[in-house]
Design a protein around this ligand. Structure first.
Ligand code: AMP
Length: 634
């Protein structure tokens, strides 16, 4: 098979790498550099990519597109804020997506990314003396399906066959762990130009298993640059009453100077930002100069609140992996922004140990992508990569409860089957509502789709055995199937976009779940108590129907308890009251059955009234009854 490359398509810089003699190596571009700025410029008839595009950005602010990755696969509503601060023109496309406007032309983020990819691949082909057509491309772990698909399309537009989209931290761990023999728990801390990802992995003996992943897709080095830009612009405005942010060219110069100052401050205690002729004085029409000293401590103050935002995802990743910080063997830093001394300090403070300094944060992701490309082309053997699904998946069950089948951070591919049953007598169909999220109640989660399984034979509630299967493949595509066992009736749905959630939505859903945990618990317990009471009601009604010789006198107390239960079956009824009605109904049912000497035909061998009441009580911790069907055996 032809060789395939690994590409780290970064927000700020991109890197291309390939396997050579069993080792991944970075390929230099035509300018002789190992990293290529992810910048494209349109100048008269010319298209410039990489360093040459970056170099002319100030003079051609409106025609120079950088950070296209911030916009890829996203809708206008998601990026409006970021669009406003860009020195180039960003507008909404007819499809609700994003377009960059340069002169009379419009470009999608995919097209711009494809131009960067094409340069990387063309330069690499030249260097290798053979045409490259296949690639593995990396994306932030928290990229949703739309962003992944758009990245894949960028590859296609560049004429590449994209063998796989791999998560950046996973790629970094692959590169780090290639030679590792023993088993290690590794935390990858990836702070790049535009995004922050943290992943916990088990690495060793050729197996790379992602235990958890978390992140923030609005946090990166350019946010630090903008913190400096805003400080400079505010100071300038105070002094001269001119807002530099309103002039595209001045803004572009401010952004570049701020990034340069930030990078210098990684090595120096202070730096000076000088921008001559940055604006004209509106009063005197004389040119204005910007000259400002920035110390490292002032810079750290400016980015203080940004840095605090890495805490949450780090804690989340540790708790999802069920690990304490002491159990992390190695911390791998990825992304240019981890060079900021305050970031390194914060990592040490959060995790209690120094990060590993042996990997190059700019190159490690591309090297890992090359290894994965080698695995897929058969060049690298004995490596298994196990990635995870970022959010839980499940089904709506009775009482509007969200019943999870697959927990978030479960390794994919994964297949899970659970058996459900009907909640009402003679129910001939069920609706399967597929959901994704972390909240307890269905309505608070993201609906991915619904389908019906009809044509069930008329049976008493609880009799049909409906198997629901969730199947996620290696590319994150979810298949849900439902099958009724006695008839063999089947129905299914395929959901391409299991992660088509705006990343904001992913963040929000996880945070919401934490915030509402107590409230959700109450609602879930209420729904469960209602379900139990309803199940008892059904049993009671059945017992009355089936007890042929029972007298009205014997039936009356049970009927009263049933009627009382019915009137209490309301979401507003407190749990304690539902439980009390359940107790009364259970004992009325028991008394009735002892008096009439019947046993309820509930499918269980010992199904006495008390037994049933107990088994319902036990169901407390199990899955919950569905909107119109419920787990079998509860
Ligand atoms: P990446 O997306 O990994 O290429 O990271 C790019 C980000 O890292 C940009 O925001 C750069 O400004 C930033 N960066 C690169 N080198 C340094 C450095 N020495 N100190 C601070 N930030 C840096």
């Amino acid at each position: 098979m032809a060789k395939a490359v690994g590409i780290d398509l970064g927000t700020t810089n991109s890197v291309i790498s390939i396997m050579e003699a069993g080792e991944p190596v970075v390929l230099v571009n035509s300018e002789g550099n190992r990293t290529t700025p992810s910048v494209v410029a349109f100048k008269e008839e010319q298209r410039l990519v990489g360093q040459v595009a970056k170099r002319q950005a100030v003079l051609n602010a409106k025609g120079t597109i950088f950070e296209a990755k911030r916009f890829i696969g996203r809708t206008w509503d998601e990026i409006q804020h970021e669009a406003e601060r860009a020195p180039y023109e960003v507008v909404q496309g007819k499809d609700g997506g994003v377009r960059f406007v340069v002169g009379d032309e419009r470009f999608t983020p995919e097209e711009v990314s494809a131009m960067v990819l094409r340069k990387l691949v063309n330069d690499a082909s030249e260097q290798l003396g053979q045409k490259i057509t296949k690639a593995v491309i990396t994306v932030p772990a928290y990229f949703n399906n739309a962003q992944r698909e758009a990245t894949q399309n960028a590859g296609k537009i560049a004429g590449l066959e994209v063998l796989r989209i791999v998560n950046e931290p996973t790629a970094a761990a692959l590169a780090y762990g290639l030679e590792k023999k023993g088993s290690e728990t590794v935390l990858v801390f990836d702070l790049g130009g535009g995004t922050f990802d943290v992943s916990v992995l088990e690495v060793g003996d050729g197996v790379f298993e992602v235990r958890s992943t978390a992140g923030d897709t609005h946090l990166g080095g350019s946010d630090m640059d903008y913190a400096v830009v805003n400080w400079l612009a505010d100071e300038f405005k105070r002094e001269y009453d001119v807002d530099l942010r309103k002039d595209k060219q001045a803004l572009q110069r401010l952004i570049e100077a701020s990034e340069k100052a930030k990078i210098e401050l990684s090595g120096l205690p202070e730096t000076t930002i000088s921008l001559p002729f940055i604006a004209m004085d509106p009063a005197s029409n004389a040119p204005l100069y910007l000259e400002k000293k920035l110390t490292r401590s002032k810079f750290e103050e400016l980015i203080g609140s940004l840095l605090q935002r890495v805490r949450g995802p780090v804690e989340q990743a540790l708790s999802d992996a069920k690990l304490k910080k002491e159990q992390i063997d190695e911390i791998i830093l990825v992304g240019g922004s981890t060079r900021v001394p305050a970031v390194k300090r914060l990592v040490k403070e959060l995790l209690g140990k120094d990060p590993n300094q042996t990997v190059n944060p700019d190159e490690v992701v591309a090297l890992g992508a090359a290894i994965q490309a080698g695995v897929l082309t058969g060049e690298v053997e004995d490596i298994v990569l196990l990635d995870v699904t970022p959010l839980s998946l499940g089904v709506e069950t009775k009482g509007g409860v969200f019943t999870k089948l697959i927990e978030r951070n479960t390794t994919v591919p994964v297949r899970k089957t659970e058996t459900f049953t009907t909640a009402d007598h003679n129910q001939t169909g069920v609706e399967v509502h597929v959901l994704q999220g972390e909240r307890t109640m269905a309505t608070d989660n993201k609906s991915l789709g619904r389908f019906k399984l009809d044509g069930l034979p008329a049976m008493p509630a609880g009799m049909p055995q409906i198997e629901i299967t969730y199947d996620i493949d290696a590319n994150g595509v979810l298949n849900v199937g439902a099958k009724e066992k006695s008839t063999g009736k089947e129905a299914s749905i395929t959901i391409q976009n299991t992660t088509t959630l705006a990343e904001d939505e992913v963040d929000r859903m996880v945070k919401d779940a934490d915030r509402h945990a107590d409230e959700d618990k109450v609602r879930r317990e209420n729904a469960e108590a209602m379900n139990q009471l309803d199940a008892l009601r059904l049993q009671g009604e059945k017992a009355i129907t089936e007890a042929e010789g029972a007298t009205d006198e014997q039936k009356a107390p049970l009927r009263a308890a049933i009627d009382d239960a019915k009137s209490a079956l309301d979401a507003q009824t407190p749990k304690a009251e539902l439980d009390a009605k359940g107790q009364t109904l259970a004992s009325a049912l028991q008394t009735f059955m002892q008096a009439t000497q019947t046993t309820p035909d509930d499918g269980s061998s010992d199904g006495g009234a008390t037994g049933q009441a107990e088994s319902n009580a036990e169901a407390d911790d199990d899955d919950v009854i569905d909107a119109d069907f419920k787990p079998a055996g509860s």
